[in-house]
Design a binder for this molecule. Structure first.
Ligand code: B12
Ligand code: SF4
Length: 632
């Protein structure tokens, strides 16, 4: 086979990371910078963002009924509504407003739900072409115009797979690229592959010949070496540290070498054209690889850097320089720090540096509860633009925290919550209701503890416990009171079923666990929905003039019943057929009063309908009865 010999690498970020819509994930930018510094041209393709746009177009072209989306689901409502309100997720300049801060961005994420595939065992075998989701991805790639976008003289194609749900689309992309007749080797890398068991990786390589090799852990050095081999027409992945490939004898997994010193890395090369399409991207700046604590037994984050020291941090100076550079070059103002948990000493110096340089940005970061985040430092962080910290608190039960080797105990956790509240530093608190050995009573106590601070939290995320095979808990389940079993629930939280260890935890009965999950979720929902629940219109008087909030509503008729979804407040009500018939004259936006409704339906029915619709945010005030009519 004749190989091309130009020094050009094409790097792609495939779907599906819906939570990254509207932003640019940094892996390709970081790798491109490293290759470019060594004289290798690179091109980057954010196919994940393109997939979001494709979904929106598909919703439009199918009249809001894409074939994979059930019409009664929230995704179905999102498809119908976005098909007619397409502009709501673009800004005045046509840039994507899909991110977490956009009021309707969540609808694009909802729309992508049916395409999210959590890879299980079946991902290791050949692709099942009968699956509708496979056909959808094939269709997406077909219209993406890969043939004209990947230069013919490309010497290497890299596909970045940080998250589990990207695995299937990445494998399909590899096949598509090979089907174009390109001879460039296809290399996959990213955390989803680094965390994969090597036996599984071997099976994957055997059944996916379109993948020439996989890079595990830090990508810079192995990718450069592979790219240089490809350019020199001397392809030999077996000679590169950190690479898994299929040799004549079967799958081979080379031990990884040490990753680069983060202080010597060039600045990430974010592609200007891709960023110019985004209304308010959050850019990522590397703070560290590895965690300065690194002891929590259920944690996978610390498993990502085999071959390297457990913690590599950056100096505050170059970190601040990178922030200044990104502000200057792209006008960016929102950043996320890439770190498992920001070290307090680093935070102090960077926050002071931000204030000294007058850098007007907002930033967010993972952090762990550490007594060195005292009230004064938390206040400095808030002042320097910290939009929020994501804190993996998990629980407040000291016994359990000690068992899994978390750093803080109950008192420290509560102190942290109190100080953050008092200085106005918003927190996103992650909770795991059922860390190994947690009893029902303990789970309730922890919930009560955190609920005390509900008003001051930005949001709460609940992650039912999931033992991953690549963590200490997965390797030594008996130390944590877990019984390995053939069956056992997977919450889907890791979104990577392949890495799930089936187990049962006898500390709670299945019924208790379900009840605990329900209570935690209810708590999280009550905190998280505060921001978007509308203030209710009054409508208390019989002659108050109201109408359906048609601009915000999706209405679906099923056998005469009406399913109303408010796309802004995310609320949904099902109006039975009889009541729907009474409301029919008004569902297109005509104004009406309770008195008018009572005349048609009787006092008590009108009262009930009114309070249900008002309670669920389906009605708004209108100017005058009968004069307002908005097209649905
Ligand atoms: C920040 C973050 C996010 C952010 C990303 C925002 C951003 N950065 O722009 C958001 C919020 C989107 C996110 C979402 C999720 N995340 Co996340 N995230 C992270 C985190 C903490 C950092 C990611 C990052 O920016 N890294 C910096 C880049 C430069 O590093 P990198 O991607 O690892 O790339 C390096 C190497 O992997 C390699 N490499 C990468 N690509 C390629 C390609 C080639 C060809 C080669 C050779 C090498 C290579 O080289 C790079 C340089 O060394 C990681 C943990 C971590 N420390 O990496 C988890 C992590 C990636 N996330 C994880 C998970 C589970 C999720 C979610 C699924 C969680 C959930 N249940 O909702 C969701 C995704 C859901 C979805 N479908 O949308 C897991 C993935 C595990 C797995 N097997 O799937 C990780 C590893 C954390 C963990 N251990 O649990 N996440
Ligand atoms: S603090 Fe967070 S990242 Fe660090 S070891 Fe614990 S869970 Fe993992």
């Amino acid at each position: 086979m004749h190989r091309v010999t130009s020094a050009r690498t094409w790097l792609a970020f495939p779907p599906l990371v819906d939570t990254n819509f509207g932003s640019f994930y940094p892996s390709t930018a970081v790798l491109a910078a490293y290759l470019e510094a060594a004289g290798i041209d690179t091109e980057q393709a954010d196919l994940n963002e393109e997939f979001a746009v494709w979904l929106l177009e598909r919703a439009r072209h199918t009249g809001g009924r894409p074939p994979e989306v059930g019409p009664e689901t929230m995704a179905g409502a999102a498809a119908r509504w976005l098909a007619r309100s397409h502009d709501s997720v673009f800004d005045g300049q046509g840039r994507h407003d899909f991110g977490a801060e956009s009021p309707y961005g969540y609808l694009v994420r909802l729309l992508s739900g049916p395409y999210l595939v959590d890879p299980d065992e079946s991902a290791l075998g050949p692709v099942d072409r009968g699956r509708p989701v496979v056909a959808a991805y094939d269709e997406f790639y077909a219209q993406a115009g890969l043939a004209s976008r990947i230069p013919e003289d490309t010497s290497l194609i890299g596909i970045s797979v940080p998250m589990g749900p990207q695995l299937l689309p990445a494998l399909l992309l590899a096949e598509q690229v090979k089907a174009l007749g390109l001879t460039a080797p296809v290399v996959l890398g990213g955390p989803a592959l680094s965390l994969m068991d090597t036996d599984d990786l071997g099976r994957l390589l055997r059944s996916h010949p379109a993948v020439d090799c996989v890079v595990r852990f830090d990508g810079e050095r192995p990718l450069l070496e592979l790219a240089e081999q490809a350019v020199a027409d001397a392809w030999d992945p077996g000679g590169v540290a950190g690479v898994s490939h299929l040799s004549a004898e079967g799958p081979r997994h080379n031990a990884p070498g040490a990753g680069p010193n983060l202080n010597t890395l060039p600045m990430p090369q974010y592609p200007r054209e891709a960023l110019s399409l985004l209304a308010a991207p959050t850019l990522a700046v590397t703070q560290a690889r590895g965690c300065y604590w690194g002891k929590c037994d259920y944690c996978d984050f610390i498993e990502l850097y085999d071959g390297s020291p457990p913690f590599r941090g950056r100096h505050p100076g170059p970190f601040l320089d990178e922030l200044s550079d990104l502000v200057e070059r792209f006008g960016s103002s929102r950043f996320t720090f890439i770190t498992e948990s920001i070290p307090p000493a680093f935070a102090r110096r960077v926050c002071q540096g931000l204030l000294d340089r007058g850098l007007d940005i907002t930033w967010s970061s993972f952090a762990m509860v550490d007594r060195r985040f005292d009230r004064e430092l938390l206040e400095l962080m808030a002042r320097s633009g910290c939009e929020f910290l994501v804190v993996g608190m998990e629980t407040t039960i000291t016994r359990v925290l000690e068992l899994v080797h978390k750093s803080a105990d109950r008192e420290e956790n509560l102190r942290f919550l109190r100080d953050a509240r008092d200085v106005g530093l918003p927190l996103i608190v992650n909770l795991i209701p059922d860390l190994p050995s947690t009893t029902y009573e303990e789970a309730i106590t922890a919930l009560d503890d955190v609920a005390e601070f509900a008003d001051s939290l930005r949001s709460v995320s609940v992650f039912p416990f999931e033992a991953t095979r690549s963590s200490n808990v997965g390797r030594f389940p008996e130390r944590f009171g877990l019984e390995v079993s053939a069956v056992g629930g997977s919450s889907g939280q890791a979104q990577y079923a392949l890495n799930h260890l089936q187990n049962t935890d006898p500390a709670m009965t299945p019924g208790q666990r379900a009840e605990i999950h329900r209570r935690y979720r209810q708590f999280a929902e009550s905190v998280n929905s505060r921001g978007y629940r509308a203030a209710r219109p009054l409508g208390a008087e019989p002659d108050d003039v109201l109408r359906f909030a048609v601009e915000e509503l999706d209405l679906l008729e099923i056998d005469g019943a009406l399913v109303c979804t408010n796309m802004r407040t995310r609320e949904r009500v099902r109006v039975p057929a009889k009541a729907a018939a009474i409301l029919r004259p008004y569902v297109r936006g005509s104004a009406f009063t309770r008195r008018q409704l009572a005349a048609r339906a009787g006092e008590s029915t009108a009262d009930r309908l009114f309070s249900n619709l008002l309670g669920a945010g389906m009605l708004v005030e209108a100017a005058t009865a009968g004069e307002h009519d908005v097209r649905v």
